[in-house]
Design a protein around this ligand. Structure first.
Ligand SMILES: [Fe+2]
Length: 386
C-alpha cells in the first residue's frame, strides 16, 4: 500500500532571462531587498548589475552582502543576519551556488529567530518562519533553490564540521532558475556541481525513503544528466545542455527534499571539510565504491541507472555490482572527475571519518543497505587509495 508525504512549497520560475524578473517577484514581498551572494563571480559576470536594475525598476532598494565564502561559516551567517536586521529589509535574495543559497537560508533563520544558529542544526528546530526568500542558483548542482536544507560549516581549530539545518521553514518562497547564469562556469565547476546533482538524483532514487513519485523525479534527473552532462563537458557553451542540466539539478533537489540523501553525502562531507575537496568531487571520488558496496541492497534500481549513464552497457554488466561500478567510474571520468587526486591521508584519519559516519543513523537508515564499520572504512580506503 502506498504511504507518502510530498511537500514542495517553492514557486519555480524556470527559463532564460528569469533574473530580469526578480524585481517584479520581489515586489510581492516588500521594498528593501537583502542580497546574499559570494565574493566575486556574481559581480564579475554582471549578474548583480542585472539584479539591481530589475529591483530599481520596481523601486526596491537593494542591500548587498557579498561576503559568502565556499562552505559558509557560522560567522558569515551571523554577520549577514545582523546586517539584515540593521537595514530593516523585507526580503532575502540569495544568488549564487549552494553556499550563497544555504547562507541566505541560515541568515533568514537568525533574522526571525533568537540565535545562536547552532540551536537550529538538526531537523525541525526553527520556530518562526523566515523572511521571504528568493533563491537564484548560478550552478547546476545543489538544488538548494528547492530544498529545506542548509549546510553550514562550524569552523573550529583543525576541525571544520559541516552542520545541516533541515526545516520546512527554510524552503525558498520563490526559485528563479535561469540557465543563462551557468554559461560562464568553468569546466571544473561544471563537472563538480554536475556530479553533485547526479549524486542527489541517484541517492534519492535508491534511498529506502524513496516512493514512486520521488523515484520518477529522480530517475528523470538521472536520465537527463546521463545524456547532457558529457555533452556539456565537451562543449561548455551548448545552451540546450546548460538548460537541461539546470532543470535536472532542480529535479534532483526536489527529489532529495522528499527523501534526503544517503551515506554517500555523509561520507563525502569529511573529504570536503578535512581534505578540501569540492563537495561534488568528494561524492564522485567515493561513488563507485559506495555503489559496489550498496548494489545488493537494490540490484534492480542500480541496474536501471547504469542503462541511463551508459547506453552501450550490456545486460550482464548492468546486473553485476563490480562491473556496473566500473561503468559508473568511467562515466564520472567522462564528465570530468580527475583520475588522480593525489590525496594524502592515513588509516587513522579514515577510521575517524568512518566512526562519525556510523553515528549518522538517519543517513544509514536511508541507505540502500545497512553497512558495517569495516565496509565504510573499505569504501574510504579504496576511494582514497590508502
Ligand atoms: Fe550535495
Amino acid at each position: 500500500m502506498l504511504n507518502f508525504n510530498f511537500f514542495m512549497p517553492t514557486n519555480i520560475h524556470f527559463g532564460q532571462d528569469k533574473l530580469k524578473e526578480t524585481g517584479k517577484i520581489a515586489k510581492l514581498y516588500g521594498k528593501r531587498a537583502f542580497i546574499v551572494t559570494g565574493k566575486k563571480s556574481a559581480r564579475k559576470f554582471g549578474f548583480l548589475q542585472t539584479l539591481e536594475n530589475s529591483l530599481k525598476e520596481e523601486k526596491i532598494e537593494p542591500f548587498f552582502f557579498e561576503k559568502v565564502e565556499p562552505n559558509p561559516s557560522i560567522k558569515t551567517v551571523e554577520n549577514g543576519a545582523s546586517l539584515f536586521k540593521e537595514k530593516k529589509c523585507d526580503v532575502i535574495i540569495a544568488l549564487g551556488g549552494g553556499s550563497a543559497l544555504d547562507a541566505g537560508k541560515a541568515i533568514g533563520v537568525l533574522a526571525t529567530n533568537q540565535g545562536p544558529i547552532q540551536n537550529f542544526f538538526g531537523k525541525n528546530k526553527v520556530k518562526n518562519p523566515i523572511p521571504p526568500l528568493i533563491a537564484i542558483p548560478t550552478t547546476s548542482g545543489t538544488g538548494s533553490e528547492v530544498t529545506p536544507y542548509a549546510v553550514i560549516t562550524d569552523v573550529k581549530e583543525n576541525n571544520h564540521q559541516k552542520k545541516i539545518l533541515s526545516d520546512p521553514h527554510i524552503f525558498p518562497k520563490e526559485a528563479l532558475v535561469d540557465p543563462n547564469l551557468t554559461f560562464s562556469l568553468s569546466a571544473e565547476v561544471t563537472s563538480d556541481t554536475g556530479i553533485d546533482a547526479l549524486s542527489h538524483a541517484i541517492e534519492s532514487y535508491v534511498s529506502r525513503r524513496s516512493f514512486p513519485l520521488s523515484e520518477s523525479i529522480a530517475l528523470q534527473a538521472i536520465e537527463i544528466i546521463g545524456k547532457y552532462l558529457p555533452k556539456l563537458i565537451n562543449s561548455p557553451k551548448n545552451a540546450e545542455a546548460r538548460s537541461q542540466l539546470m532543470y535536472a539539478s532542480m529535479l534532483a533537489g526536489i527529489a532529495i527534499a522528499q527523501t534526503g540523501t544517503t551515506l554517500l553525502h555523509a561520507m563525502g562531507y569529511r573529504l570536503t571539510s578535512d581534505l578540501g575537496l569540492p563537495h561534488g568531487r568528494a561524492n564522485g571520488v567515493l561513488f563507485p565504491y559506495f555503489w559496489e558496496a550498496n548494489f545488493s541492497g537494490n540490484p534492480e534500481k542500480f541496474s536501471r541507472i547504469i542503462g541511463y549513464l551508459d547506453e552501450s552497457a550490456g545486460e550482464s554488466q548492468k546486473k553485476n555490482a563490480s562491473e556496473s561500478a566500473l561503468l559508473l567510474k568511467e562515466f564520472l571520468y567522462r564528465v570530468g572527475l580527475p583520475r588522480d587526486l593525489n590525496i594524502k591521508t592515513n588509516e587513522e584519519t579514515i577510521v575517524q571519518f568512518a566512526k562519525e559516519v556510523m553515528e549518522n543513523k538517519k543517513k544509514m537508515a536511508s541507505n540502500p543497505k545497512i553497512l558495517n564499520m569495516d565496509e565504510v572504512v573499505d569504501i574510504y580506503k579504496k576511494a582514497l587509495q590508502c
